[in-house]
Design a protein around this ligand. Structure first.
Ligand code: SAM
Length: 229
């Protein structure tokens, strides 16, 4: 029987294409297939680094059949890399179901290997000036059911809270923070590692006012950090 193949979980840039490790580039060159959230997005990165690997799609809506194909490739000794559109796969990104199925299939023989690199939450925390010996990461907040409850939890939290937010909901989220955590200290990291990268700090009302006065800044991708009272 062939040795089991490796599944590398490869972090890719969250904006600036230079943010990729030497090891990630080597692994992407060496593997038999790269499993991509969106093959077109990843092909831009591969072109930039002249990587000629074969891409396959694997995303949130991939079927069990796709997972079985991937498991069979590993059984046949093929080495695979999993990437998402940006940042670290499986962190608010597809991949967890696949990794979990691989452990179910192969137990402790599974070879799932992290290739660490960028992640928006760590990038935001690192430059926020917020003391984060401990923090709670919430990923994306629920859109409807449970949303109010989460904001109550945020306001009562004894730990720094970090979550991801999209441009479509950032103002709504600030309004909820004004309601539940009016005196909270908030840091927003926007468009990190990109041309219009910025950090905005203040209480929720100050930040909302800032964005109302600077509507051109209500664009891109956001990480929200809320400090405990
Ligand atoms: N797996 C990714 C990671 O490790 O950071 C996160 C993927 S999640 C689908 C995308 C969210 O991450 C965005 O909505 C935004 O909240 C955050 N994000 C990603 N890139 C970002 C950036 N350059 N600046 C700020 N936030 C970013």
């Amino acid at each position: 029987m062939e040795d089991l193949g490796n599944l590398y979980i490869v972090a890719t840039p969250i904006g600036n294409l230079e943010d990729i490790t030497l090891r990630a580039i080597r692994i992407l060159k060496e593997v038999d297939y790269i499993l991509c959230e969106d093959t077109r997005t990843t092909e831009n990165l591969l072109r930039h680094y002249d990587i000629k690997a074969k891409t396959m799609s694997y995303h949130a809506h991939s079927s069990m059949g796709k997972e079985n194909t991937i498991i069979n490739l590993l059984k046949n000794g093929k080495n695979l890399a999993l990437v998402s559109d940006a940042g670290t796969p499986c962190i608010s990104d597809p991949g967890v179901m696949l990794v979990s199925s691989i452990y179910k299939e192969f137990g402790n023989d599974a070879k799932v290997i992290p290739i660490p690199g960028p992640s928006a939450l760590i990038s935001a925390l690192s430059s926020s000036g917020v003391s984060v010996a401990e923090f709670t990461f919430l990923g994306f907040l629920p859109h409807k059911k449970g949303r109010e409850t989460i904001f109550k939890e945020i306001s009562n939290s004894k730990r720094v809270i970090v979550f991801y937010e999209s441009v479509h909901r950032i103002l709504k989220t600030l309004a909820s923070l004004i309601k539940h955590t009016p005196n909270g200290k908030v840091t927003i990291g926007r468009e990190l590692t990109k041309q219009f990268e910025q950090f905005v700090k203040g209480n929720p009302e100050e930040i909302l006012k800032y964005f109302e006065l600077n509507k051109d800044k209500i664009k891109g991708e956001f990480v929200v950090i809320v400090e405990p009272k």
